[in-house]
Design a protein around this ligand. Structure first.
Ligand SMILES: [Zn+2]
Length: 128
């Protein structure tokens, strides 16, 4: 599998995301560490380096997500996949108020948990 992400693809991913993390919505202008190109389905799970499988993600989201594709939610112990910026609409799964991201669906709940979207430092970062 080709691991290389061309500069053209990289620029298209950033432009498509309007310079914002596609998971937590923070702009790359509002954060110290540079955003990264995320493989939505990681290479480990055979995800390709194509526009359809790439997302723009802040360091915190990408670092927390790693190669995860979902999680087990309690109390039902059911596997729930993570939010997929290429298939899902952010507003369908999340809402944000005063920097806190709230889940509207199980996918939103799973993504908030795995990506630690409401870590206190990240909430503060979103409101400052
Ligand atoms: Zn993020």
């Amino acid at each position: 599998m080709n691991r290389y992400i061309s500069e053209t693809i990289r620029k298209n991913v950033i432009k498509r995301a309007n310079h914002c993390c596609e998971y937590c919505q923070i702009s790359d202008d509002d954060i110290y560490f540079p955003h990264q190109i995320d493989h939505i389905i990681s290479r480990k799970h055979d995800g390709g380096s194509t526009l359809e499988n790439l997302a723009y993600a802040c360091f915190a989201c990408n670092n927390a997500k790693g190669s995860d594709i979902g999680t087990i939610l309690l109390p039902d112990k059911v596997f729930i996949r993570l939010f997929n910026p290429r298939e899902d609409i952010w507003q369908d799964h999340f809402e944000i108020e005063n920097g806190v991201i709230y889940a509207k669906t199980h996918i939103g709940q799973a993504t908030i948990k795995v990506l630690s979207l409401n870590d206190i430092n990240r909430v503060i970062e979103r409101i400052t």
